[in-house]
Design a protein around this ligand. Structure first.
Ligand code: FMN
Length: 164
C-alpha cells in the first residue's frame, strides 16, 4: 500500500510516531515528509496519513492549512489522522476541536498515539506551562497525562488502514 505520511513535530515525538507507523504499514511502501518540506502529490498515493503534535489544545497551523487546502483530494482517497498529545482525558476534545465533522466522516481512522514531555527539549515559557500541567496531574487524580506513546494505538492504526 503506497502511503504518504506527513507530520509536524516540535520535540520529536510525532516524528518518531510517524516512523513507527511507517514500520507497521511496511516502511518500503511509505514516504515520510515533515510539513515544511515539499509535499508530493496526494493523488500518487493509495493512502495518506497526517499527524501533528497538540499544544494549548491545537494542532500545528501548517497541518490545519494543509488539511483545508487538500480536503477534496483527501476525501477521495483512504486517509487517517493522528495526534500526539499528553492530556489523556482530552483526547476526544482535541480531536473534535481540530478536525471538523467532514474529516471525521471521511477519515478511515483518527486517533491519538499518546505523547511525551521530554524535559531536555522543552525550554522557557513552554517549560513553565508543562510544569504546571504536571503539577495539576500530581494533585488531581482525575487529571491524567500520557507520559509515553502508545505503541498499540500505532499498531491498530496501521491495521485499520491495511484492512480497508
Ligand atoms: C507548551 C506545551 C503545550 C502543550 N499543550 C498540550 C495540550 O493542550 N494538550 C495535550 O494533550 N498535550 C499538550 N502538550 C503535550 C504535547 O502534545 C506532547 O508533548 C507531544 O508529545 C508533543 O509532540 P512533539 O514532540 O512531536 O512536538 C503540550 C506540550 C507543550 C510543551
Amino acid at each position: 500500500m503506497k502511503t504518504l505520511i506527513i507530520y509536524s513535530s516540535k520535540t520529536g515525538t510525532t516524528k518518531r510516531c510517524a516512523a513507527l507507523l511507517a514500520a507497521n504499514i511496511g516502511a518500503d511502501s511509505c514516504d515520510l515528509f515533515e510539513i515544511s518540506e515539499k509535499i508530493p502529490d496526494i493523488s500518487d498515493y493509495e493512502c495518506v496519513v497526517i499527524g501533528s503534535y497538540v499544544r494549548m489544545g491545537v494542532i500545528d497551523k501548517k497541518i490545519s492549512a494543509f488539511l483545508q487546502k487538500h480536503k477534496e483530494e483527501l476525501f477521495e482517497t483512504k486517509f487517517g489522522l493522528f495526534i500526539c498529545s499528553c492530556l489523556a482525558d482530552k483526547v476526544s476534545d482535541s480531536i473534535t476541536k481540530n478536525f471538523s465533522e467532514e474529516f471525521m466522516d471521511h477519515a478511515a481512522i483518527i486517533d491519538s498515539f499518546g505523547g511525551e514531555l521530554p524535559a531536555d527539549k522543552i525550554k522557557g515559557m513552554d517549560k513553565i506551562i508543562v510544569n504546571s500541567i504536571i503539577k495539576i496531574a500530581k494533585t488531581d487524580p482525575t487529571f491524567k497525562i500520557f507520559e509515553k506513546i502508545i505503541p498499540e494505538s500505532i499498531t491498530n492504526f496501521a491495521e485499520v488502514l491495511k484492512e480497508m
